[in-house]
Unconditional design. Sequence first.
Length: 71
Amino acid sequence: MLALRLPLDIEKRLDALARKTGRTKSFYAREAILRHIEDIEDTYLARRRLARGGSRVTLETLEKKRKVRKR
């Protein structure tokens, strides 16, 4: 079970969407969470790793290594 408070404008939008579509607000809240949880996890994990410091690898370096492995 989950209970959450939303800003009033978002609550109104959610109410309107639920009424127009015949679905529940819970349905749309669940959909939003399921669609975005992976991105949220990635963001928090990346921030934590950055805060720890240590060596960094550029995207360019990773892409080059990936191309070499595919050959």
